[in-house]
Design a protein around this ligand. Structure first.
Ligand code: HEM
Length: 179
């Protein structure tokens, strides 16, 4: 997993819960990196799982809800870092339907080691989209947060229903309807 995902996560934890919480979740985890991340480095996904799990235990907030809020925050990081990629689009449905064959393809050119999910377009109309998410990392709620902000970016809103098609969260169906 790319370092930017860790550095932005810890920044958000600091702003929401304070520096003490950052220190606490780092010391409660067994991290090969020691908890020192650089945005351009690459680290094991298991480190993120431990940090998230410990934050969840300390705050009583589920990891899904933590990932949802983190996904919403991460969209602003993408907006700042990759405005050109987002500005290729004028419509949120078109953008979301193009993650797999355009957006994440470009991401892989920048970060060859990126660990990205698979998004399959199952159905698409002008105002609706059914996307199948597949990833061993089960970060579907991070995706949900990014989707919410994608609609906001285009001054729009949507109702998004998430159906777990595999119990472990490695496969999820997103049913997206523009309001
Ligand atoms: C992961 C870039 C848009 C869904 C990532 C990662 C990067 C990235 C750098 C981390 C990869 C790693 O740590 O190895 C981008 C850029 C985007 C974009 C530059 C647009 C400009 C989106 C959108 C979604 C999305 C709109 C909406 C669903 C995800 C998910 C992951 C991810 C769910 C977590 C990894 C996983 O589930 O396996 N993306 N992304 N991305 N991205 Fe994107």
């Amino acid at each position: 997993m790319k370092g930017i995902v860790f550095t932005e996560f810890l920044d958000l934890v600091e702003s929401k819960f304070g520096l003490e919480m950052v220190d606490k979740i780092i010391s409660q985890s067994e991290l090969e990196s020691g908890g020192a991340y650089t945005s351009i480095g690459t680290y094991r996904f298991s480190e993120m799982l431990q940090l998230l799990g410990n934050l969840s235990n300390n705050t009583g907030i589920s990891t899904d809800n933590l990932l949802l809020v983190y996904g919403e925050h991460f969209f602003s990081v993408l907006e700042e870092s990759y405005p050109g990629l987002l500005n290729t689009y004028t419509d949120p449905i078109e953008l979301l339907a193009s993650i797999e064959n355009h957006i994440h393809v470009e991401v892989r050119k920048i970060y060859p080691k990126a660990e990205l999910p698979t998004f399959i377009v199952e159905e698409k109309t002008k105002s609706s989209l059914i996307l199948i998410y597949k990833s061993s990392r089960a970060m579907h709620h991070f995706g949900l947060g990014l989707m919410n902000k994608t609609f906001e970016y285009f001054n729009s809103t949507a109702t998004i229903v998430l159906e777990r098609t595999k119990k472990d969260g490695s496969e999820v169906k997103f049913i997206i309807n523009k309001n």
